[in-house]
Structures are given as C-alpha cells and as structure tokens.
Ligand binder design. Structure first.
Ligand code: ADP
Length: 400
C-alpha cells in the first residue's frame, strides 16, 4: 500500500480543461472515491495516476516516488475497468496469471499468487472455467483477481461495477469492501453512483467541472457539504433549495419564514440574500415536531404528489393559495420535498403543517455557493452544556 499525492495537477485537451489544479493527498491504505457528474474529470484524474494520460502540469507521487513521467508498468498500480476485457480463449487461471507470465514469474510463485487471489475473490474451484461459462459478476471478479496477483501498491478502479445488474452491484459493493480490508491496499475508485461512494469509501472527493469541491468522509460531505454543488449532488432525493432574505432574525423565502439565530453567521446582515438548503428528511409533520432537534415554527402547506417508496413516502409539498400564506408569487414558487414514514396517514391535496429542523438548515453564499452555516441555531450541545452548568449553580452560564 502507498500514499498517493497529486499536486496542482491540470490536464487540458485543447480548449477543454478536464482537470483543473487538482490537489489530493491520499493516505496509505485509504479507500477514496472520486464522484461527480459525467464529464467532471474523474476518469482523467485516475488516468493521470495510472500513467495513461500525462498531465499538462503538476506532479504525481506514489509512495515516496514521483511518478509523473514514469510509464504505467513502473508505477506499482493495477487497474480494473468498467469493460471487463478477459481473453475469451483463455481459462480463468490463464486470465488471472497473464501479467505474471509476461514477466516470466516462476511457475510455483504464479500458482501461489493465483490461488491466493482466487480465494480472495471467492473463485476457488473455477480456475479451469472459460469466461463464456461465467456470469457477469464472476467475470468481474476474475478481472479483480488479475489485478490482485500483481500485488500493486495502489488499485485504480474506474466504474468497475457499472455493467452489472442492480442486485449484483450491491453484492459486489460488499465484496470490494471486504477485499479492501483484507488487502489493506490504497484504492482509488471512480463512480458516478453516489450510493457506492457513500457506502464504500473512507473519504469521498467530489468533483465538478474538473475541480475538486470537497474531500471528506461520506457523512461529512452529507452533513456538512462545503458548498451548494456538494449539497445538491450528495443525497437522494436531492436537497431542497430556496432563496431566502435575512430579515430581523428571520429567513424569509417566497413561501415561508424561519426564525434563526443571526449570530451563527456573523457576516450576514438584514437585507442579504442567501441560498437555503434543507434535506427532505429534515422536514417533519408539525405533529411529530419533537423528532426534530430544533423545530421551526409550523408552516402551512398543501400536499401535492405522493411517492410511496416502501420504506418511506416522498411527499411533494406546495404552498397553500396566496391568501393562505400571504407571501410571494405563486407562479415562481418551488415545491418542497419531504420524506415521511411509510405508515404516515397522509393523502394528496391535503392541507398540513410542517416544521423544518433548524439544526439542519444549510446556508450558502448566493454568489460563490460556499457553505456559510450548517444549522441556523447555536448547537444544541452547547445549550445542553450551558444548562448543565446552570444547574450546577453557575449563574454565569447563560448562552450569550
Ligand atoms: P468523467 O470521467 O468525470 O466522466 P472525463 O475525465 O472522462 O470525465 O472527462 C473530463 C472532460 O475532458 C470532458 O469534458 C471530456 O469530454 C474531456 N476529455 C476526456 N478525455 C478526452 C480526450 N482524450 N480528448 C479530448 N477531451 C477529452
């Protein structure tokens, strides 16, 4: 296993900047996922590490060595791609050992390595099968075994599960996690599938238009997105966004107002606009407000379309008529999406009251999209700590 470091890596194709000034510092043994929409530069980034693409500028280090100008075979890496290129006329043993044979490995060591790799990917007893006799998942495991036998310092995987059916993808996800634990190798994994990124990675790096947006553990990207792009990209269904104006301790959107503690974002003043983001699970029916950490005042809304998903119901909300809410222009309004328990008694076209968990409202700068705050009230933990001190008889322990 090895550390991988990209410093100011840029890759231009003519006028297109595929990767722009990328800095990544991956620890030994880390499982890192590169995620982002199609065309954001994930594969190009991976290819620069592999040595398949030379960066226009910047450097790449693997372990203690700078490898920027080394060919792929001298980098200590192995790649697994989306398209599983097995040799159809070779059996599993020959496919797995192909790279070792090219390097004239002794037969005994080759047998040992192939047996071990086959055990890791659970293909024991199948070494004499032909690729045509195997399922898609088994073929992908052969491709992974072929990478394992090379004992690389770093695995590079580009959408390796993309061609598998949904159930197999989920199984293979678990297998890859097991594999990572067992091999203890650094893995850089490219996917546009955020469920894969969330479940497998130690850290996710979110890319957009060739630029790194955030690199952090999955739940940090989810709970504390660095900017509006990450907030909208991570999480399904996506976060609700609305423009809000700061007004005397309130966030006013076209449809509703939420009280907030102006001291959480000191650079904001009355009259400033911010982008406000709320995840669907951070809206609650007003009757269940105690489930929120810090419920807002109730907002009157009307249910629109319901989508029962089995484990939850997605409820599209629309504002009650102009006379009901008394705010803004109905035509311009964006609906809110809320997720509720599947046994919730709710129907379409119903007037209801909801609350927003103020501890989970995100604010973003209107111009830059950078996160200004996660939560619009002082941390509940701080309040509890202060309460504790007050009970202990410390008169000075008031929240300032
Ligand atoms: P992703 O893997 O995130 O889908 P890519 O890294 O494949 O994105 O591509 C990033 C950008 O670089 C895209 O705009 C793509 O069209 C462009 N690009 C990638 N490879 C080449 C190439 N060989 N020649 C020209 N443009 C390329």
């Amino acid at each position: 296993m090895a550390r991988v470091k990209l410093t100011d890596v840029t890759k231009e194709y003519g006028d297109v900047t595929a990767v722009n000034n990328m800095n990544l510092d991956l620890k030994d043994g880390e499982f890192i996922t590169l995620v982002g929409p199609s065309g954001c530069g994930k594969s190009t980034t991976l290819e620069t590490v592999a040595g398949l693409t030379k960066p226009t500028s910047g450097t790449i280090e693997i372990g203690d060595r700078e490898v920027t100008n080394l060919p792929p075979k001298d980098r200590g890496i192995a790649m697994v791609f989306q398209n599983i290129a097995l040799f159809p006329h070779m059996d599993v043993y020959d496919n797995i050992s192909f790279g070792l044979r090219l390097r004239d490995f002794p037969q005994e060591e080759m047998d040992e390595r192939v047996d071990e790799a086959a055990r890791v990917v659970q293909l024991q007893g199948m070494l004499d099968r032909m690729p045509s006799e195997m399922s898609g998942g088994q073929r992908q495991r052969v491709a992974i075994a072929r990478a394992i036998v090379r004992e690389p310092e770093v695995f590079l995987m580009d959408e390796p599960l993309a061609n598998l059916d949904a159930k197999l993808r989920v199984n293979m996800r678990t297998e890859l996690q097991r594999l990572h634990k067992q091999l203890d190798t650094t893995i850089i994994y490219v996917t546009h599938n955020q469920a894969e990124a969330m479940t497998m990675s130690d850290r996710i790096s979110v890319l957009n238009k060739g630029e790194l947006q955030q690199i952090a553990p999955p739940l940090v990207c989810y709970n504390e997105p660095a900017n509006r792009f990450v907030a909208g990209f991570i999480g399904s269904p996506s976060m609700n966004f609305a423009r809000a104006t700061i007004n005397d301790g309130q966030l006013d959107t076209d449809d509703y107002s939420v009280d907030f503690d102006a001291t959480v974002v000191e650079e904001l003043e009355d009259g400033d606009d911010v982008e406000m983001g709320v995840r669907p699970e951070d809206l609650y029916l007003a009757d269940n407000r105690e489930e929120a950490h810090d419920p807002s005042q109730p907002l009157g809304v009307e249910t629109d379309v319901l989508e029962p998903m089995g484990d939850q119901i997605f409820v599209y909300l629309k504002p009650v008529g102009e006379s009901g809410s008394g705010m803004g222009d109905v035509e311009e309004r964006q609906g809110l999406l809320m997720s509720v328990d599947p046994d919730t008694d709710i129907v379409e076209e119903q007037s209801i009251e909801v609350v927003i968990d103020r501890a989970r409202i995100h604010l973003f700068d209107m111009q830059t999209g950078d996160a200004l705050s996660h939560g619009v009230v002082r941390e509940a933990a701080t309040a509890e700590a202060d309460d504790g001190e007050a009970e202990a008889g410390d008169d000075g322990a008031q929240v300032s």
